[in-house]
Ligand binder design. Sequence first.
Ligand SMILES: *Cc1c(COP(=O)(O)O)cnc(C)c1O
Length: 368
Amino acid sequence: MPKVHETTLEINLDALRHNFDFLKSKLQNNSLFLAVVKAFAYGSDAVAVANFLQKSGVDYFAVAYVSEGVDLRKAGITVPILVLHPQLGNLELAIKHALEPSLYSLKMLRAFEKAALDGNKSNYPIHIKFNTGLNRLGFKPEDIGVVVNALINASSLKVKSVFSHLAASEDLNERGFTENQIELYRSLSEKFINHFDYPIIRHLSNTSGVLNYPKAHFDMVRCGIGLYGYGNSRKESVNLRPIASLKSVISQIASVSIGESVGYNCGHTCKVDSKIATIPIGHADGIGRHYGHGIGAVSINQQKGYIVGNVCMDMIMVDVTTIGCKEGDEVLIFGSGLSAEGAAEAADSISYELITGISRRITRKFIK
Ligand SMILES: *Cc1c(COP(=O)(O)O)cnc(C)c1O
């Protein structure tokens, strides 16, 4: 593989295909597959990922915000797009681009009904979100009668799906909590769909729900992190392949004597005569300050080098005293061969935060 000459996020669409096929192979009852491509497809490239999955036969997409859905439509995505978190100010824009909102409160439902009427729409597809334990967005289970009444009289709207979101599907210590959530969703959604004389899709599971709770797949699943190569546990991640690898280069190697300091505020003091490599990536690129002071590490020529001192805005310094390397050598920050899951864990974070935080100024490059 050609070496990178600047900080680059390499995106491997073969890995994406592998993850998509693997996750689909886990599905019970021929469930539909919704790909979650919010936050720039978890920090990679939403348009490229969505295009690839659209060609591969994905059934649905989800984004968090209307603006993300508009970008996909402008790029030629025609698969239905669920907007998980629309805002009152952009409902007309959603309709203009045929984006399907998640309606999670009576206020949103009424506002969207009005926007659909104003736009002369009938049977506009919408999705009803219930809160079954995450206590984030959604109608309460006891609101079911009120919601159904509001919908039965809303001829501008048609319910495409009823869904909820698991709070702890990746945490097997919370199995009891999750089992309760699944059963609550099962009975609630069944009651809900019985009020309508047309089919309504039921969906509950994110990636960890797909992997850990086969009985929670229902009619559709919503996968994000698994598509990008992480399964929220070592056991599951071995079957997946990270689609994005963050690489950089060594700009300069300095010899720093014992007792001298490195970086802002003398964040690191060399205990021996050292070689310190400076690498062009920093906290403005998504490598937060919590990766400094020996917490974070990179891979150089298959060897582990620790980040020393404070992470700067555009640079990190890595101790390469015992690593055979030279200026211009490639540096792997995370990805294939150095899991973002493990890297994030060292800093008390999660793969989601590390991969979605990679700044837009870093070049994306597609590789086979
Ligand atoms: C982000 C999100 C998902 C995807 O979760 P993963 O753990 O990344 O698979 C699914 N559903 C909802 C409601 C989400 O917000």
